[in-house]
Design a protein around this ligand. Sequence first.
Ligand code: FES
Length: 145
Amino acid sequence: MSEQTVHPAIDLSHPPAPNMVRVTFLPEGHTIEFEYGTMPYEHHGKPMSFLDVAENFNIFLDHACGGSCACTTCHVWVKKGAEGISEPEDDELDRMETAADVQLNSRLGCQAVITGPGTYVVEIPSWNRNYVSEGKPLALAESKS
Ligand code: FES
């Protein structure tokens, strides 16, 4: 079973309140929650994208191009909440053609925007998981020791 980091105030046995957004990042199981419309924009990817959420809560989601739809390092699989996420635009669809391990639920984390309150679960593919949970790539963490 993977280690889970859930904010102490989040009760996973109940759905989020009607105005709240709950996002879980797998496989680590980091779950965060915030009131829809209140999250500041961190200038990585589109506002309210999964990358923007991850940056706001110090959850590592690789984003080599800075969130401008010019790489595929922010690739995620949407496991829950797809109906509440923006439709992919042509540039995202074109970029995804170059991604590894594309599935029907694949999206670019910097382009997939949460459009309303609800529960969302995304998984970061295995080839993007070689990172420590504190938000820094493993290679960087090792180089500092
Ligand atoms: Fe490069 Fe999303 S960070 S496409």
